[in-house]
Write a protein that binds this ligand. Structure first.
Ligand code: GDP
Ligand code: ZN
Length: 319
């Protein structure tokens, strides 16, 4: 009895909600926030990362003399990265254990290209992050753009993605909230699409720094920023990070990109070659499906541009 109570006292579990690089803020299961340090020799097997513990990580803490230290890291469901500066083989992990990305898309002011959307979807699939496509600024669309938006939404719904269309400045956001509930979310999209408008509507007292950061970058100033996880009142979490605009820095091998196009999956077993990349090979089921409008032509075009641009790269997702 006595032993049990001592072990509860000296170690506990929590989630990293903030990291400054020097110290971490951990939220324990009963909601307490604890400032915590990392031991100098803390390393994670198989991950060559500049920052071994990140926002979203579940950790075990121990009290050592007068301060709390992180002694263990739970296995991650996933993590998103960007390459570390300089041509080192190290990577910088942005955040871990992300369930879902809300990708905000606008067909006007600014234009979000399908190239960007498809690249984002591929990277998210590779990371194991679900994506909700949120078409915003419907109020700005003329008849022609409305038709385009509807058909784009239908196309993404047909291949299995959940979509929402809205005008964030005036519409009710309960549908978005219900998608976010119970999950750890990131909110992504180009600058100006409405990320902070959404965040303010989700919870007005949250002062996330997404927009300020991108604007500071545009002005060429340097700033050191760190990710932070916020638990929202309606039961969702949001990770705010300077890297949430897209997953643009992920690199893939040419052979795997097709695995992240869900509409290819059931078709590709009918390709003549098992390692078909659906480009120049004969008897390719994907090309046949594109010709017959079973696979969207524009998605296929974006697929081709991805395999061409990635053909000289190497995969960096697993370090
Ligand atoms: P962020 O850079 O992605 O955070 O974008 P903001 O949330 O700052 O939005 C950029 C601009 O678009 C702001 O002036 C918003 O008021 C405006 N905006 C956001 N949502 C809508 C919308 O649904 N319709 C229109 N017309 N403007 C919007
Ligand atoms: Zn093929």
């Amino acid at each position: 009895m006595c032993l049990i109570s001592i072990s509860i006292f000296v170690s506990m579990k929590g989630k990293v909600v903030k990291s400054t690089g020097k110290h971490y803020t951990i939220k324990t299961s009963d909601g307490k926030l604890i400032k915590c340090f990392l031991k100098g020799n803390f390393r994670i097997k198989d991950i060559r990362s500049t920052n071994p513990v990140v926002v979203g990580d579940n950790v075990v803490l121990k009290k050592e003399s007068d301060r709390w230290v992180i002694v263990e890291l739970d296995e991650r469901k996933n993590y998103i990265i960007r390459k570390s500066v300089k041509l080192s083989k190290q990577i910088h992990v942005i955040a871990a254990n992300i369930d879902q990305a809300i990708l905000i898309i606008t067909l006007k002011s600014p234009i979000t290209s399908t190239g960007f959307i498809d690249r984002f979807l591929v990277a998210a699939k590779a990371y194991g992050v679900e994506v909700i496509l949120c078409f915003n600024k419907l109020d700005l669309l003329d008849d022609e753009l409305q038709v385009k938006q509807k058909s784009l939404q239908k196309m993404y719904e047909n291949i299995g993605y959940s979509c929402i269309s809205t005008s964030l400045i005036k519409d009710d956001i309960s549908a978005i909230k219900s998608f976010m509930q119970g999950k750890v979310n990131i909110i992504s999209g180009h600058s100006g699409v409405g990320k902070s408008t959404l965040i303010n509507k989700l919870q007005s007292d949250l002062n996330l720094n997404t927009v300020e950061i991108s604007k500071v970058h545009q002005q060429g100033q340097h700033t050191t920023t760190f990710s932070e996880l916020y638990d929202l009142d309606f039961g969702a979490s949001v990770i705010d990070t300077p890297g949430i605009k897209g997953f643009g820095l992920v690199e893939f091998s040419v052979n795997e990109i097709g695995n992240y196009f869900p509409e290819f999956i059931s078709l590709k077993q009918d390709c003549k070659f098992y390692n078909c990349i659906h480009k120049d090979e004969p008897d390719c089921a994907i090309k046949f499906a594109v010709e017959n409008n079973v696979v969207d032509k524009n998605r296929y075009k974006n697929y081709l541009s991805m395999i061409v641009s990635e053909s000289n790269n190497f995969r960096t997702n697993k370090y």
